[in-house]
Design a protein around this ligand. Structure first.
Ligand SMILES: C[S@@+](CC[C@H](N)C(=O)[O-])C[C@H]1O[C@@H](n2cnc3c(N)ncnc32)[C@H](O)[C@@H]1O
Length: 266
């Protein structure tokens, strides 16, 4: 299994049409229904802020924050993902963002987060975000240091990852006689290394590779980069969400996503 920058770029370029199409169609109920709103709320009032979206993909979080009045730069390794993000364009502003008197603004760049702050100016962002992208990068610690360097002193980094406790190298649901989930069998939590993710049920099937490390490695990387921890969230779908989407039941039993709220020291 290859997990270097070229292999990751190729995999996401191949995935981009199905991924972006599925996101545009609202297929990813996880982000729309429970972890996305938690991450957006953790960003706080972004009106007038200069925001960097690290691994922006087809631009979901960049658009969410731009619609709330931020001026966003999205960066992604995959040229095809960026083509989709550019083609989708900026979102209409939501009502409270109109107070900024500015049209929603997003610019997109193809680039490697491990090289940040390049191609962007150092210490030029008020807020950096990343939505379930860091675990897909071969060198997340470098990307984290890059995000730190892109932030002005006192700036914040609000990033979500796939939760390593619920997504281990060995993972299988034990089911009862009618197929209902009894419990999740997980193993090899302390292993460090790439895992292959098959994506089924999208316009076409594709496979990407992500990095599994224990949660303590993520905290160590953030702290080593110089970030201070402001908050930590493990989003869980509530009863209303589960009523609308019973298929999200597993996400109410096992953590699927982790969100770090960090600040660059002043
Ligand atoms: C699961 S997708 C998430 C995309 C987007 N943030 C979203 O919420 O839809 C992971 C993204 O990380 C990007 N990526 C992987 N390695 C990267 C790197 N080294 N630098 C920048 N982007 C990278 C991929 O191209 C892909 O678009």
């Amino acid at each position: 299994m290859r997990f270097d920058t070229d292999a990751v770029r190729d995999a996401w370029d191949h995935a981009a049409d199905a991924y972006a199409g599925g996101q545009a169609a609202g297929r990813d109920v996880y982000r729309y229904e429970f972890f996305g709103p938690v991450q957006v709320a953790a960003c706080g009032d972004v009106r007038g802020l200069r925001v960097l979206d690290v691994g922006c993909g087809s631009g979901y979080l960049a658009r969410e924050l731009a619609s709330r009045g931020a001026r966003v730069a999205g960066l992604d390794l995959s040229p095809r993902m960026i083509e989709h993000a550019v083609a989708t364009g900026p979102p209409p502003p939501i009502e409270h963002a109109a107070a900024t008197q500015l049209p929603p603004a997003i610019e997109y760049h193809v680039g490697d987060a491990a090289a940040l702050p390049a191609p962007l100016a150092p210490a030029s962002f008020d807020l950096a975000v990343s939505c379930v992208a860091l675990q897909d990068m071969p060198e997340p610690a470098r990307a984290i240091r890059g995000a730190y360097a892109a932030l002005r002193p006192g700036g914040r980094f609000v990033c979500s990852i796939v939760h390593p406790c619920g997504d281990t190298p060995v993972r299988r649901w034990e089911r009862d006689a009618v197929g209902a989930k009894r419990w999740l069998c997980i193993d090899r939590y302390f292993d460090r290394g790439p895992i292959e993710y098959p994506w089924n049920g999208w316009a076409y099937a594709f496979t990407t590779t992500g990095l599994h490390v224990p949660l303590e490695d993520w905290f160590a990387w953030f702290l080593a980069a110089g970030f201070a921890l402001r908050g930590f969230h493990e989003p869980c779908p509530d009863a209303d969400v589960l009523h609308r989407h019973p298929d999200l039941e597993a996400a109410a039993r096992v953590p699927h996503f982790a969100i770090f709220d960090l600040a660059r020291q002043a």
